[in-house]
Design a protein around this ligand. Structure first.
Ligand code: ACO
Length: 395
């Protein structure tokens, strides 16, 4: 029943590829994925090597500038970021105006969008100095904004950044510290979060990164483009899955249901229940990030005294991986299956899980936006459609 004639007349051949399953929207030299082999590399380096040997700031530099920094480059990058962690006082006051129960992801995207109202001196996407300044501002300010979004939701006073600390340590202090009380982050927690940020730092043309590129392709500034990406990430089929996994585990745990009962409900398609944290558009094998995350979950949760939800998650994984439904569809745990459990062990409420994903993904969004802006072949993103509505009719 699709009327292809008029469209073909206008454009020649048009490909209908719902969800862009087989359509590349760009070329990119940033991240390589082989979904069948379970391979992920940033700028050619395997993800496990980066997670083991580099810091999140080094990996951010690698993604954005194409090479790992020398010691002097890292010091300079780190120093510039440290200088920009404060929020303008007028922007800080925005947090007073959001409702107390505002979702921290909504607060995050709103505040990032608002950055373009404060920094008109760094909005030109084709001016190298503007782009550099907005890059540094975003990396520096996103953890501060994220911590304030958390403080807002728990009704606590905010803490200004303490620039004697590193990015992750500073973020943990602004999130969990209280005025006039000393706060020292557990080095194990700092390291775990740093590695998790690395694992999330880029994943080529995923939904939020494609959103950043699409918005940016209209020559929108970096703050506007990244704010759009944050909103895309919020969805439970994408970054919101880490929070949805926790909600799912809590529900199963509280109901006292056996994992079999839940898996059967997933397989009964009429119930429209998905096993959250399972399945991936590109990985048809174990997500290499999920394997690393599972190890960190074990270490951290052992250290913090155990969590019945971790045991439940492992039972679910084992049950699903031996079930024909999941085997036939090549559904494996993705990066989100165990991350929420780690964030919970570190003390974050469930709703902060996707905010943490956003902090990690930021360098990837920036790298893609910059790559696109520098590519002379870039055109405004403007997909076609296949019209299925009425043919012409009279009133
Ligand atoms: N639970 C149960 N069944 C699933 C799941 C799941 N988590 N994921 C996919 N399936 C089934 C689908 O119903 C479909 O079955 P069918 O062929 O019989 O109709 C088949 O597997 C293929 O799934 P699609 O939805 O076509 O796969 P797609 O590539 O479009 O979706 C997605 C990928 C969105 C990640 C999906 O697997 C999903 O919703 N997973 C749960 C949410 C999640 O964890 N998202 C995080 C993804 S990773 C990230 O963004 C960081």
């Amino acid at each position: 029943g699709i009327e292809l004639g008029p469209l073909l007349k206008q454009t020649g051949l048009v490909t209908l590829d719902t969800g862009f399953v087989n359509t590349a929207s760009c070329t990119s030299a940033i991240t390589y994925i082989d979904g069948d082999a379970g391979i992920l590399r940033y700028r050619g380096y395997p993800i496990d090597q980066l997670a083991e040997r580099c810091s999140f700031l080094e990996v951010s530099y690698l993604l954005i500038y194409g090479e790992l920094p020398s010691a002097a480059q890292l010091e300079d990058f780190s120093e510039k970021i440290t200088r920009h962690t404060l929020l303008h006082e007028d922007l800080r006051r925005f947090f007073d105006a959001f409702p107390r129960n505002a979702h921290p992801m909504s607060v995050l995207s709103s505040a990032v969008s608002a950055l373009s109202t404060f920094y008109e001196d760094s909005l030109d996407p084709f001016d190298a100095e503007h782009v550099e300044l907005s890059t540094i501002r975003l990396i520096a300010k996103l953890p501060t904004i994220a911590a304030y979004a958390h403080k807002k939701s728990v009704g606590q006073p905010i803490l200004y950044p303490d620039n004697s600390r590193g990015l992750v340590e500073n973020f943990l202090r602004m999130t969990f510290g209280l005025p006039a009380e000393p706060y020292e982050a557990d080095p194990l927690f700092v390291h775990a979060l740093d590695v998790l940020f690395i694992l999330h730092a880029d994943h080529e043309q995923n939904c939020s990164t494609s959103t950043v590129r699409l918005v940016g392709s209209a020559e929108a500034n970096l703050f506007a483009s990244v704010s759009a990406g944050i909103n895309a990430l919020f969805g439970p089929a994408h970054g919101g899955a880490n929070a949805a996994v926790l909600d799912m585990l809590v529900k199963i745990h509280e109901s006292g249901d056996h994992v079999d009962t839940f898996v059967e409900r997933v397989k009964d398609r009429s119930a429209r229940v998905r096993l959250m944290g399972f399945g991936h558009r590109v990985y048809k094998n174990y997500d290499p990030r999920a394997a690393i995350v599972k190890k960190i979950a074990d270490e951290i949760i052992n250290q913090t005294g155990g969590d019945p939800l971790l045991d439940l998650a492992k039972q679910l994984e084992e049950r699903a991986l031996s079930d024909d439904y999941f085997i036939e569809r090549k559904l494996y745990p993705n990066v989100d299956f165990y991350t929420g459990l780690i964030y919970r062990a570190l003390g974050f409420p469930t709703r902060m899980s996707t905010v943490l994903f956003a902090i990690g993904r930021l360098p990837g969004w920036i790298a893609h936006w910059r790559e696109m802006m520098n590519d002379p072949a870039t055109k405004i993103g403007r997909p076609r459609q296949v019209y299925t509505g009425y043919p012409e009719r009279d009133l």
